[in-house]
Write a protein that binds this ligand. Sequence first.
Ligand code: FES
Length: 109
Amino acid sequence: MTDTSLAWTDAGAAESLAPEDVVALEVEGREIAVFGVDGQFYATDNICTHGHARLCDGFLLGEEVECPLHQGRFDVRTGRPTCDPVTEPLRTYPIRIEGGRVFVALSGG
Ligand code: FES
């Protein structure tokens, strides 16, 4: 069910997303990573909280993404750090697919 209290931004065609992989989208000037995990999609900031590395260049291992720079890890469902050296959580965003489009709520999460 769509949360109508959130401001949803059209982030592009749903066919650009990748099940079991990560893609980067630009949404209102912000870089967002969208991860496909077990038939669901999760959106987070694309830049690691430890340094300036793009998580879309990392490795998706189940529900965790491994940063390509120092191999820190985050749970993409919650943004929670799961492996050193990352300690700051990653910002997450509500995401939904509707009518073949991807919608992200930048003010949510
Ligand atoms: S920049 Fe991501 S773990 Fe260091």
